[in-house]
Design a protein around this ligand. Sequence first.
Ligand SMILES: [Zn+2]
Ligand SMILES: [Zn+2]
Length: 267
Amino acid sequence: MGSVEEGSRARLSFSSTVVEALRPALSAAADLLLPVACVVCDRLMPPEESGIVCGHCWSRVRELPHPRCQRCGHPIGKHSCRWCAAVPPFVRAARSYCWMGTGTGEEIVYALKYEGWRRVAEAVALRMARVSWLADVEEERTAVIPVPLSRSRLRERGFNQSLLLAAALAPLWNIPVWEDFLVRAVGARSQTELTPGERLSNVAGAFAVPRSVVNSLRGAHVVIVDDVVTTGATLRACSSALFAAGARTISYMTFGRAPSSGDRLIP
Ligand SMILES: [Zn+2]
Ligand SMILES: [Zn+2]
């Protein structure tokens, strides 16, 4: 009897292994068979469109209007740039693709961040790669570095959206992702729980560069990638840690940017 039981147990574990192995193929097959709804508007995707955000929703993303500041990429009017002051002197340039808070950019970020739609990252990175840079940044950028997520957030969400974006963007720029060059210092609180005033003090010292990567970082021009920039405090803290550890120059790239008061949202 014992041997029969063992045999069936063996079969069971074999078949569950097979199911595990087939899981990606099964879900890909299900994607082909089932109509896919747009993650932003919930309408069924037209058969000629691929991805999980429909063409209509992509067309309603508001790109940052021209003219833009050469350095920080912020739209400028008659006055001089008001955004550059928030960017530290060792940051060469900053770029973002679209506005948050208007159009569909924010809803796409929401899908990327909370709903676990890993496949949005590629389409988002394609748009990010269209943004033009100063020629020297394009020539000398060495690697992209994602903003790290705290361990508790990573556990809860299962992925780091900035890493997904960085990994999708890096091949389009032909440079590597340096995933472990920036880590969260233990005990840093989530930015979303804090007021803007508290954010600044919270993020200073919230990031650290592991000793093992310092040699590779020395002299490099790295581009920090995040989904959204709001006050710039997180990117400032990340860039300060990287600069202090020996990076020569740092640039920023985000998909979305929160408008400041007085910004023109429409070209
Ligand atoms: Zn849609
Ligand atoms: Zn500027």
